[in-house]
Ligand binder design. Structure first.
Ligand SMILES: *Cc1c(COP(=O)(O)O)cnc(C)c1O
Length: 508
């Protein structure tokens, strides 16, 4: 291990300035081209002339991102082409409806970008249909849930009543349909096993819509237990079986999940918000490719997929007409400028370099996992085969909250996360989630991941819980050795100096 990165990242340069744009680097945008630097500088000047504090905050953000080891598993760096495709006149256009069927006039340019985004998405993922309007992951999930309800509950009700439109139902039939829509079941992954709030949990609207039950992971191995999921599905008989996660470090066998869904008459929905980039980059294939097995797949576009902040739904032909009614069902006018940026991002993801990127994300996560294990930190499931590692910090005598804060003090940005059956609950937690998509984009490879494992280990060893007034260890307060904090901050900065981020943009 500790082999040099397979991804030729941006050329480390001591002299900030334009980088030759001819370099065939898979991550050229991390060392932005002179044209992009100029564009960002000019854009900020225009903003500064109206509200300088906003321009300053934007400039400070790139400074912060340059200076921190960004290990938040859901974050990335979108390319200048993606970012710039969002800041323009497409934002001003209303375009409710779908391509060629708009409720507004003058939508030909929106039609162009939406059709392109959908076409790239279908090709990239091998999907029958792509709906690129959702503004975010949660909107994509709402669209998908309601598309399934529309297909499986509303359409049969309309057929029974002999009408085509809900407006033509009698008051009694309408009341009955509303009751039926609100009386459906969903089976999803439990939050502490790595599931997501939008998969039927009470604080989210999905939990108020559906009667939900969740499946967890095997307490001994931390892995999904498909026999247990099958047994739960047989007993609960959900309308929708949801697979997908935010904090599970292993692959999911979607072929088996589909088998389970079919057996109980459920629709399989996969939320690949976190790992869409690994699907696009062909790291997750065969049984592990959700699009090949699920009737409907949702995603964000800004996480490992490295596009603009947004969402998307992919589905089969039968669900397409229902998904396309996302607006007006749960969405308003589509963000046309973001659809343009999605088209750009998907075009990037169709390049061969993106496959190298996706493989490097996983190689990096595995190098990080090995580095942590070797130094004595326990990992949930003992390792990873995707883009994230879930470290259990209870062996260091810390809560996830303390570990997250001590790491942040030292320039290492992660986020705390519950581990299965977490004794500290969802707020303090016992885990830290560490992801590699962003730093891989920045050009870091497996050797740097081992160095990062050492930084993390060094901080955790130098951190101890503070003592509360009644003499017990605090779950929130901690003491971090100041010398260690300074040394790690310095090492993190030195590491990042080799991987400049927009070196030609000096905004503050
Ligand atoms: C991030 C995430 C979402 C929500 O995405 P937003 O764009 O923040 O709304 C939904 N599902 C999963 C599994 C996620 O990880």
């Amino acid at each position: 291990m500790a082999a040099p990165s397979a991804v030729p990242g941006p050329v480390p340069s001591a002299v900030p300035g334009p980088t030759p744009s001819a370099a065939p680097s898979p991550a050229p945008h991390t060392a932005a081209s002179a044209a992009a630097d100029t564009a960002f500088r000019s854009a900020l000047d225009v903003v500064r002339a109206v509200e300088p504090r906003v321009a300053d905050a934007i400039g400070a953000e790139i400074e912060d991102q340059r200076a921190s080891l960004k290990l938040i598993a859901s974050e990335n760096y979108a390319s200048p082409a993606v970012l710039l495709a969002m800041g323009n006149w497409l934002s001003d256009k209303y375009a409710e409806g779908t391509v060629g069927r708009r409720f507004y006039a003058g939508c030909r340019n929106v039609d162009t970008v939406e059709a392109l985004a959908a076409e790239h998405a279908r090709e990239l993922f091998g999907a029958d249909h792509a709906y690129v309007q959702p503004h975010s992951g949660i909107d994509a999930n709402l669209t998908a849930f309601w598309a399934v309800l529309s297909q499986r509950v509303e359409s049969p009700a309309l057929a029974r009543a002999g009408v085509r439109n809900v407006n033509d139902l009698t008051e009694q039939d309408w009341a009955e349909l509303r009751r039926d829509l609100g009386n459906q079941r969903m089976l999803g992954m439990s939050l502490d096993a790595g599931g997501h709030l939008t998969h039927g949990f009470r604080p989210n609207i999905s939990g108020k819509m559906f009667e939900q039950r969740s499946y967890g992971t095997d307490p001994a191995t931390g892995l999904l237990d498909y026999d247990a999921i099958r047994a739960a599905a047989r007993e609960f008989r959900p309308l929708i079986l949801v697979a997908g996660y935010s904090a599970y470090p292993r692959r999911v066998n979607f072929r088996l999940m589909r088998e389970i869904a079919d057996e109980v008459g459920a629709t399989l929905m996969v939320d690949m918000a976190h790992f869409a980039g690994l699907v696009a980059g062909k790291v997750l294939t065969g049984d592990f490719d959700p699009v090949a097995h699920a009737q409907i797949v949702t995603t964000t576009t800004h996480k490992s997929l490295r596009g603009p902040r947004g969402g998307m739904v992919l589905c089969n032909e039968e669900l397409a007409e229902h998904v396309d009614r996302g607006c007006p069902l749960v969405l308003g006018g589509p963000p046309s400028h973001v659809m343009a940026a999605k088209a750009v991002a998907f075009a990037e993801a169709r390049r061969p370099e993106f496959r190298q990127y996706a493989q490097q994300v996983v190689d990096n996560a595995q190098a990080l996992a090995e580095g942590l294990l070797r130094r004595g930190t326990r990992l949930v499931t003992g390792g990873t085969d995707n883009h994230l590692v879930l470290a259990d910090v209870s062996g260091h005598g810390l809560t996830g909250r303390q570990a997250e804060a001590a790491l942040l003090d030292s320039g290492v940005v992660t986020n705390r996360n519950a581990v299965p059956q977490d004794p500290n609950g969802a707020w303090y937690t016992s885990g830290v989630r560490i992801g590699t998509p962003a730093l891989t984009t920045r050009g870091l490879g497996t050797a740097e991941m081992d160095e990062i494992a050492d930084l993390i280990d060094t901080v955790l060893r130098a951190t101890a819980p503070a003592t509360t007034a009644d003499g017990r260890p605090s779950k929130a307060q901690y003491r971090l050795d100041a010398g260690v904090r300074e040394a790690v901050t310095k090492r993190a900065a030195e590491l990042l100096a080799g991987f400049p981020l927009y070196p030609g943009v000096d905004l503050v």
